[in-house]
Design a protein around this ligand. Structure first.
Ligand code: ADP
Length: 191
């Protein structure tokens, strides 16, 4: 089973993906995590994407599609959870082609709905917690980048809601419910 978790920054995609990995032996493919790893590894690609990411803008489709392509070649375990990908219509088309190439299907697209105000609170809190735990906050977890990330979501990613609705595999859930309730909603969709 392969699924997409769709929603704005701070919607809780990473949290729920983590639970699915534990409970269903699925593989989480987070392009955000992959890009952050590339950033710290000091590769040419990492250097290229660092500034774009820190500002809150999207990196090129070519780069993220390349990252996903590499991952689809390995062991598929309980299936893939696409977290933070696709984020543009071009990425959605590329994903459809990649899945077809490896004989896989897309079984569900789950839209996690949340209010913008809650997102700002969650992200500001996430940054504070990271610092309190002795670490550092994500370079893009600040109010200025968050505004850019939200705008990128509405302009470039939210059209995917219509795209997957038309394809017939979109289900929306309330991302404002508790983490356990959100998990239960996802589980009910996946069966
Ligand atoms: P969030 O959903 O909280 O904004 P992510 O960790 O998913 O965070 O992504 C962080 C940043 O990485 C994005 O703002 C963007 O710059 C880049 N990024 C992640 N996934 C993609 C993607 N599919 N396409 C383009 N850029 C991406």
């Amino acid at each position: 089973m392969n699924i997409i978790l769709l929603g704005p920054p701070g919607a809780g995609k990473g949290t729920q993906a983590g639970r699915l990995v534990e409970k269903r032996d699925m593989i989480q493919l987070s392009t955000g995590d992959m890009l952050r790893a590339a950033k710290t590894s000091g590769t040419e690609m990492g250097k290229k994407v660092a500034e774009v990411m820190d500002r809150g803008e999207l990196v090129t489709d070519e780069i993220v599609i390349g990252l996903i392509r590499e991952q689809l070649e390995g062991d598929k375990k309980g299936g893939f959870i696409f977290d933070g990908f696709p984020r543009t219509l071009a990425q959605a088309d590329a994903l459809a082609a990649l899945l077809e190439d490896c004989g896989e299907t897309l079984d569900a697209v789950i839209e996690m709905q949340v209010d913008d105000e809650v997102l700002v609170d969650r992200i500001v809190n996430r940054a504070k917690e990271a610092v309190a735990a002795g670490g550092t906050a994500r370079a893009d977890d600040n109010e200025e980048s968050l505004k850019v990330r939200l705008m990128a979501y509405y302009k470039q990613t939210s059209p995917l809601i219509g795209y997957y609705h038309a394809k017939g595999n979109l289900t929306a859930i309330d991302g404002l419910a508790s983490m356990d309730e959100v998990e239960a909603s996802i589980s009910a969709i996946l069966g």
